[in-house]
Design a protein around this ligand. Structure first.
Ligand code: GLN
Length: 485
């Protein structure tokens, strides 16, 4: 089979189970293609040699009852992997080799998956374009001038370029859904507390969630089923009854009520985004579901709220990188000088900007005016969703306010970079699940995504809606392999 890397996860699992392919065949195919794809800069660290060993071992003693039998997978370099360098895209962690494994990655290895390597990301997951990584920017397989989105840009690029059959990203304000939308793939941000945060390098702890990224909704459901678990090692992990997301997937969404929030029709939104949303509404109607206009009145406060809460938590989480406990240390005249040099040399500009904002909004005298106020507004945003969900089962919006932008286009304008997350951030603030599915192309042929937002713990429902829409949309990603030598 020459087209191994084109196959979906579900097809690969089937082909391994019925012995049409071995884990070694599959692993080799993804390694070969990854090696030819260095130009994309999707990997920070590869683990190809041991991946092949593990594949051979799997083939000698296969277990076909596992959900990911011998399937090679590359993951975002924000997940701690035991004995394998984990950098979070930062110089400060460039020599950090964890002695433990994140629960989410542990879950996939327990189901038979094999680590291919660690994928590039924005530094500490702060960014929307994968341009803040210490290891350089990632290119989009859609077009060499485009960013893949961020912060899970390496994950999105690797998946769309067929360097891994599925991947895991993290989403604090949109970092799974925005790059998914930019590269024509599916990305799910689960309900807060659904996937364990244990062993994930922390950015903003009350917002961070791991989630699956896949070529289609079925694969996404299968991977979510594996990574979502209750974990006593994470105090915010929630013990609720998880569904067999892939088995229970159905395209029957007749009678479902889908809300269209008027506040998401933002000023200056390109016509093609509005058109895409209208098309989405049409697909929903075609599936026999009902459209209901709703209001989420505090939407415009979501972005400013996020850019207080997230940096505040980040400034506290990143205090641990002091040159003593972890990673990089700069030489200094004395202890204070060493701290200062370590942090100024070890962190990039965006991370330093966030630490400064976060420290400021938490400092005495400003705490009440900024941080406390933001927490109150956060509650109002959640209340808006609670109110809406009295009338609807899910909400449909565009995933992003534009298609992918050019490399370098927004690097000198942080506010315009932050505006990218306008449709994704409210979902994190409210702790809800949201999925982005590829739904069309803009005039230049770049992918555009639609987002479906669900009630807390209602992942099955949004997966079903996405599944039904996917069938109608019949999206084809236009990948030309331009980067392969
Ligand atoms: N782009 C947003 C930020 O920079 C979201 C990042 C994320 O979800 N990790 O904060």
């Amino acid at each position: 089979m020459s087209d191994i890397t084109k196959q979906t996860l579900t097809e690969l699992v089937e082909n391994i189970k019925n012995k049409k392919l071995s884990s070694t065949d599959v692993t080799k195919a993804f390694i070969d293609r990854s090696e030819k794809s260095e130009k994309l800069n999707a990997y920070i660290t590869n683990d190809f040699t041991s991946a092949l060993d593990k594949a051979k071992k799997f083939d000698q003693n296969p277990n076909f009852d596992l959900k990911l039998p011998g399937i090679p997978v590359a993951v975002k370099d924000l997940f701690c992997t035991k004995n394998i360098k984990t950098t979070a895209g930062s110089k400060i962690l460039n020599n950090f080799v964890p002695t433990y494994e994140s629960t989410v990655t542990e879950n996939i290895w327990n189901e038979g998956a094999i680590l291919l390597g660690k994928l590039n990301c924005d530094e500490f997951a702060m960014g929307s374009s994968n341009e803040t990584s210490f290891f350089g920017n990632v290119q989009s397989p859609i077009d060499e001038n485009l960013v893949p989105g961020g912060s899970s840009g390496g994950s999105a690029s690797a998946l769309a370029a067929q360097l891994t059959p599925v991947t895991i990203g993290t989403d604090t304000g949109g970092s799974i859904r925005q790059p998914a939308s930019f590269t024509g793939i599916v990305g799910l941000k689960p309900t807060y507390g659904s996937c364990s945060r244990y062993g994930i390098v922390a950015f903003a702890s009350s917002l961070d969630q791991a989630g699956p990224m896949a070529k289609n909704v079925n694969d996404c459901a299968l991977l979510h089923e594996v990574i979502s678990s209750y974990d006593p090692k994470d105090s915010t992990s929630i013990d609720f009854k998880r569904s067999h997301y892939s088995k229970e997937l159905t395209n029957n969404i007749k009678g479902k009520k889908i809300g269209i929030p008027k506040e998401y029709r933002v000023d200056g939104m390109p016509k093609e985004i509005e058109d895409l949303w209208q098309k989405g509404i049409q697909y929903i109607n075609d599936c026999g579901a009902e459209i209901i206009n709703i209001s989420l009145p505090n939407t415009s406060y979501a972005l400013p709220t996020y850019y207080i809460v997230a940096p505040a938590e980040a400034s506290s989480n990143l205090a641990r990188y002091d040159g003593v406990k972890y990673g990089f240390r700069a030489k200094g005249e004395n202890l204070i000088d060493m701290y200062e040099k370590t942090r100024s040399e070890g962190f990039g500009a965006e991370v330093q900007r966030r630490i400064m904002i976060g420290t400021y909004v938490l400092s005495s005298g400003y705490y009440d005016a900024y941080y406390l106020k933001a927490q109150k507004v956060r509650r109002l945003i959640k209340n808006d969703f609670d109110e809406a969900y009295k009338k609807v089962d899910a909400i449909l919006t565009p995933s992003t306010p534009s298609s992918a932008f050019k490399i370098g286009e927004k690097t000198n304008d942080p506010v315009s970079m932050y505006l990218n997350d306008i449709f994704t951030v409210p979902v994190n603030l409210a702790g809800l699940p949201g999925i982005s599915i590829p739904a069309g192309h803009d005039s230049k042929g770049y992918p555009l995504g639609l987002q479906i937002i669900g009630k807390a713990f209602d992942e099955q429902n949004i997966l079903n809606i996405a599944y039904a829409m996917e069938e109608k949309i019949n999206f084809k990603n236009k990948i030309t392999d331009w980067w392969i030598k």
